[in-house]
Ligand binder design. Structure first.
Ligand code: KIV
Length: 289
């Protein structure tokens, strides 16, 4: 960390997000799972943070998002809140934390708010999840829907691929967006749907913010996965991600430098360790006989 004083921004609220939409200012949204990254994202002026269940892959090395648990999500969401006290933070409801029943969904959504200090929750699915969105919203918890490529259903979807490419499937996504908005979702994330489908849904939304992840420029804002944009996920880089800086490469080079310097005994240098006064050292030798 630098010695610079952190900038303190005003806490971003739900009305602020709708004001951005009304002003035509795109909303910025990133995933984040830890305290130091949350600190940097807030300093950079990011509007919203998603503590995604993608942490199962990006942070814990699993092959899918399914192994993320509620306890994992709460632990990481609370860390992110500590790093970004004034950013709008969304807790991502993990697999089976909302699918079984409306009551399960409300209770787990409530944990994100009460235990981690989140501002909203997100869950995956369309009309079949409308009752959960409606129950959560009725409990006073801002709820976000997620359509298109929904990673918790990756097996049923047949892999990580673009959704809604033909007219019939696109119509289903339009209908699902309508159902989620009517159920009370204040925001919908469209992941990996064609740009024109995202535009259409954005134009039809009445009181709902539409966010794009790999769905083109026409939503009310953009989401990216932090690890993809900084070269920090070794398994693959999705087409929708742009690398804004190769932190993975910087870190790898630093690690190689450490290995080289320790091996060649150039680290630690004099400024990296502590010494003892001669008289204290001599006394120690006396004490040791
Ligand atoms: O978990 C996550 O990061 C997500 C994104 C893929 C949208 O849900």
């Amino acid at each position: 960390m630098t010695d610079q004083k952190p900038e303190v921004k005003k806490k971003l609220t739900l009305p602020d997000l709708f004001k951005k939409v009304a002003d035509g200012t795109p909303i910025t949204w990133l995933t984040c799972y830890d305290y130091p990254t949350a600190y940097l994202q807030e300093q950079a002026g990011i509007d919203m943070i998603l503590v995604g269940d993608s942490l199962a892959m990006t942070m814990l090395g699993f092959e899918s998002t399914l192994p993320a648990t509620m306890d994992d999500m709460i632990r990481h969401s609370a860390a992110v809140r500590r790093g970004a006290p004034n950013t709008f933070i969304i807790g991502d409801m993990p697999y089976m934390s909302y699918q079984p029943s409306v009551e399960t969904a409300i209770r787990n959504a409530g944990r994100f708010m009460a235990e981690a200090g989140c501002d909203a929750i997100k869950l995956e699915g369309g009309v079949e999840m409308a009752d959960k969105i409606s129950g959560i919203a009725a409990a006073g918890i801002p709820a976000i829907g997620h359509l298109g490529l929904t990673p918790q259903s990756v097996s049923a979807l047949g892999g990580y691929k673009v959704q809604g490419k033909n007219a019939a499937l696109a119509k289903k996504i339009v209908d699902n967006a309508k159902a989620l908005e009517e159920a009370g979702a204040f925001m919908i994330l469209l992941e990996m749907v064609p740009d024109r489908l995202c535009k259409l849904i954005t134009e039809r939304a009445k009181n709902c913010i539409i966010m794009s992840l790999g769905s083109g420029p026409h939503g009310h804002g953009q989401l990216l996965i932090y690890h993809d944009m900084f070269g920090l996920y070794p398994r693959f880089k999705p087409k929708m991600a742009k690398v804004f800086g190769n932190a993975g490469e910087v870190i790898l080079n630093g690690l190689k430098g450490y290995v080289a310097e320790v091996t060649t005994k150039t680290f630690p240098a004099r400024e990296n360790y502590f010494t003892m006064k001669d008289d204290e050292y001599n006394e120690l030798m006396d004490l040791l006989g």
